[in-house]
Design a binder for this molecule. Sequence first.
Ligand SMILES: Cc1cc2nc3c(=O)[nH]c(=O)nc-3n(C[C@H](O)[C@H](O)[C@H](O)COP(=O)(O)OP(=O)(O)OC[C@H]3O[C@@H](n4cnc5c(N)ncnc54)[C@H](O)[C@@H]3O)c2cc1C
Length: 486
Amino acid sequence: MAARTGTEYISGLRADGREVWLGAERVRDVTAHPAFAGSLRGMAGFFDWQHRHAEDCITADPGLDQPVGIAHVIPRGPEDLARRHRGLETLARYSAGMLGRTPDYVSLTFAGFAGQPSVWSASGNARGAGNLAAFQRHVAEKDLALTHTIIHPVVDGGAAPYEGVNREVALRKVGETAGGIVVRGARILATLGPFADELAVYPGQPIPKDAADVALAFSIPLATPGLRIICRDHYGLDADPFDKPFSSRFDEQDAFVVFDDVEVPRHRVFLDGDPATYNAVMARGWVGNVMQQTSIRAMVKLEFAYELCCRMADATGQGRRPEVMQMLGEIWSYAELTRAAVRAAEADAHEFGDGVWFCDEAPFRALRPTLPGWMPRVNEIIKRIGSHNLLATPSRSGLDAPELRPWLDRYLPGAGDTGASERSRLFRTAWDFAGSALGARAELYERYYLASAARTYTLAHVAARKDREWDQVPAFWEHLDASGRT
Ligand SMILES: Cc1cc2nc3c(=O)[nH]c(=O)nc-3n(C[C@H](O)[C@H](O)[C@H](O)COP(=O)(O)OP(=O)(O)OC[C@H]3O[C@@H](n4cnc5c(N)ncnc54)[C@H](O)[C@@H]3O)c2cc1C
């Protein structure tokens, strides 16, 4: 079977020579470093989860003779999208949607890219498009975990993106070798960077027509010489999941990546100096493909948050207070609107060329800028409903201490029949979701991982103007005029 287990995933990362930095320490083997133990257990658990739910998450693939993870399949029709929906929803439930960069995200991105050879080969890039298709098959067959880094760092926001110091830090091609190209510069960020098998670089925001040296797309193993993976502080703790339900398993570790004259083998280069294709890739189908995954994950997370808040309200006996009911209804509305957007996008899915089938993009274009507002608001509601209860939460060891337990049972039970243990677990889950270091990072992720709300509202408006004629206003005036003056 091509779909890997957690053990297989971990052994693929073991001491492979990748250059990972955590603070001032060069981590020689990510699988052996104590700071990463809980997070890697969480990632390995994700691979096992796909086997536990194989009926949803693993499927036959027309191009391979072994079953693969659902995200690797190139969607060719509505049944493929429906099947993929079931798998993605099941995968998102593994972390209640808190893991943003589970490997299905980038696998599905590449399944979409590989399904659109005409986009990638438009300007005579047949070789790059062929490399990409072969790479996607390789990823599916080996069930590799990919991260991506698509944003150039901007050192000076006052200067143009590809001028002066900003040009110097941008990832660009600086040479060629007999076997490939040489790249130098940085990209920001690469979530899952130290825990992934491959780092994919592909177009993010549009580039100027003359910026051929930054018009690149490729993928390389994380262990490629010259690639530096510089981690942010790790917020994961190898703690009891009762105490830290998310931090104990789901810190997906963001990193800044520096390419210090990295050689990319030719067969891994998908775009080389082609700004026209670079700017076209994200414009045809990327939203309709990728946002099926991101929106289903958001939906699972919002539904989890709604239930969490309902349970907190019940556990404190506040469930009938009008302002609490209002906030609960607000979260439910966000969750249901997200589900409705996914349903609408899937219902109006269509062919995007090359026989590939993606969701309709309009509902996702509307959802994309609203989620960065909804997610922080959900966290605010969690804090408002939870209040001080979020911190009056004995640990599992405290609950297990015989001399302490009677006091906890007496003074820290919940309303109704909620015992002290269940009450504590509930509020610990809520705090780790919204208030811990990992919770704060997750909020930042939701704000920016698909670009800022400002940028994506702008994109939504530009696309809406192109989608169809907007002539309701003059039509309205016309029928008024036709009705005559009084
Ligand atoms: C936790 C986390 C994980 C991430 N992981 C990854 C990853 O794995 N791979 C990857 O490639 N990237 C990743 N990113 C980076 C992410 O892609 C970028 O942060 C995102 O695209 C925003 O990029 P930007 O700086 O261009 O933002 P912009 O969209 O330019 O926004 C930056 C600021 O400018 C403001 N702004 C932008 N446009 C306008 C406008 N028209 N009017 C007014 N204000 C405006 C925004 O409000 C915002 O405050 C991650 C980011 C975070 C926070």
